[in-house]
Structures are given as structure tokens and as C-alpha cells.
Design a protein around this ligand. Structure first.
Ligand SMILES: [Zn+2]
Length: 269
């Protein structure tokens, strides 16, 4: 029922919005254009930098190395963006990637993710959200919900980017941070799958994703970070990763055969 409804909306909105499919073949409604999303990403990245102190030196070089290896296997459009990486001093084991090419990793994550492959699991997951346009989809869906079909209908008469402008206004643009970062369960599962393929393709061992989950469960306490939030359960997520593991292992072996063998040096402290 819900699917039928969203397909109907897709058909109706086709002149102002892009109905497309995600990298895993799910149909999506995307109302905002890439420039708008990139701008929101840039602003959210600024907000992070105002709220948390940055760390340079070995931790930054480590995260930059891992990110660079993953970015190298992205589709050209995303690969050729000017990716910026920051390491933030925070005990929350969190990380994010934002539209426009921004990656942030907290020092707390580097304590839970104990080698390059585990860190690559989280960065792959976060970049998976960006590749699958989850922020756009989330913002578009919210915009539609708030605008309602009557306004949606009137958007049909407007040309160009007017639809997405209206959607942005309706959402209240002060809250980029809130719009860009929380994702739904289906988005999380999809980011897991995409992330696993990305890390493996970059030459990071996808089996480390399972270790990371065990580490995180063992570390306990605190707010669940983005990459493990809104999930039915840890075990559900681990079985999702395991279901996709043989495909990821094949990619990993191909990457090794092709000489993609990242050696990112972990900071000693
Ligand atoms: Zn996520």
C-alpha cells in the first residue's frame, strides 16, 4: 500500500523531482538538487568544526589514508569531488560523511575500531549513505509529508528547481544537522551493504565489519553512534552483514589481486 502510494507520488511529481533507484535497486524520490545538498553538507561540516576541536597529526593522516583508499573506488562523480577529512576530539564513537565530500571521525571511534579495516567499515557505511542519496531522500520525503499533495500538485505548474526550493523552505533550513544525519532502518541496512562493497573494493577486509560490531557491543554505554543507531538489533545487523559477506569477499580478493592493498598506519596512542 505504502509502495503504491509512493509510486503514485513519483508519477505525479515527475516534472519537478527525480524518481530514481538507489545503488541496491530501491526506488527513491529525490526532490532536491545536488547543489542544495552539497551546500547543506558544507554548512553541517562547519557546524561540527565549531562544536568540536579538531585533531591533526597521526590520527588525521590515518583517517585521511583510509578515506582516500575508499574514495578511489567511488563512481567518478563522487570520486572526483574534493573530499575533506577531519578528526574530532570526542569520546563518542561516531563518524559521518556528508553530501559535497566531507568526512568526520571522532577520536572515540578510533578506540573502538582497532585497525584500518574496522575504521574503513564505518567510513564505508557513512559514504554509503552519501552514494545512495539518503539525505536527499529523507529531506524529500519530509518535505512531501509537510507540503501535502495539494501543494505537491501546485508544484507541477512551477518549473526548474522551484519544487525543491519550496520543500527546503517547508523543512526549516536552520536544522541541516538534524535533516542530514538521522536515517531510517532501510537506509542503515542499505548503507551497510554499500559500505561493505566499498571497503572490500578498496582492499579492506570486509570481515572486520563483524569484529567492529562485537567491539562496539563490548564497549557499551553512551549514545549509540550514527552508524549503529536505528537498527532492530545488533544481531540483526550482523546477520545482514554476514548475508552479504561472500560477495564482499570476492570483491576483496579482486582488489588484492589488482594491488589495492591499503596500509594506513594507525596512530600509536
Ligand atoms: Zn548509518
Amino acid at each position: 500500500m505504502r509502495l503504491m502510494k509512493s509510486l503514485g507520488v513519483c508519477a505525479l511529481m515527475v516534472s519537478v523531482a527525480a524518481c530514481t533507484t538507489s545503488p541496491t535497486g530501491r526506488s527513491q524520490l529525490l526532490m532536491m538538487n545536488d547543489q542544495e545538498l552539497d551546500q547543506m553538507g558544507a554548512q553541517a561540516f562547519q557546524q561540527y568544526q565549531q562544536e568540536l576541536p579538531s585533531v591533526n597529526g597521526a590520527p588525521l593522516e590515518y583517517v585521511q589514508c583510509i578515506t582516500r583508499n575508499i574514495v578511489a573506488v567511488l563512481p567518478p562523480e563522487e570520486r572526483d569531488q574534493n573530499w575533506q577529512v577531519k578528526v574530532f576530539k570526542s569520546d563518542d564513537a561516531n563518524a559521518f560523511a556528508l553530501p559535497g565530500g566531507y568526512v568526520g571521525v571522532n577520536t572515540g571511534l578510533l578506540k573502538v575500531a582497532t585497525n584500518q579495516d574496522q575504521v574503513a567499515t564505518v567510513i564505508g557505511h557513512e559514504i554509503g549513505h552519501v552514494l545512495a542519496h539518503h539525505a536527499n531522500e529523507r529531506a524529500s520525503t519530509q518535505g512531501l509529508t509537510q507540503l501535502g499533495m495539494s501543494v505537491g500538485g501546485s508544484l507541477l505548474g512551477a518549473g526548474g528547481g522551484a519544487g525543491s526550493d519550496a520543500a527546503m523552505a517547508a523543512m526549516g533550513m536552520g536544522a541541516q544537522y538534524g535533516i542530514l544525519l538521522p536515517f531510517s532502518r532501510s537506509h542503515e541496512s542499505e548503507a551497510d551493504t554499500i559500505g561493505l562493497d566499498l571497503m572490500a573494493n578498496a582492499g579492506f577486509d570486509p570481515r572486520a565489519s563483524i569484529d567492529l560490531w562485537h567491539n562496539m557491543a563490548a564497549s557499551g554505554g553512551g549514545q549509540p553512534p550514527e552508524w549503529m543507531s536505528t537498527h532492530p538489533s545488533n544481531s540483526g545487523r550482523i546477520s545482514g552483514l554476514e548475508a552479504h559477506m561472500s560477495e564482499a569477499m570476492a570483491l576483496y580478493q579482486q582488489a588484492q589481486a589488482a594491488g589495492r592493498v591499503p596500509q594506513c598506519k594507525a596512530p600509536s596512542a
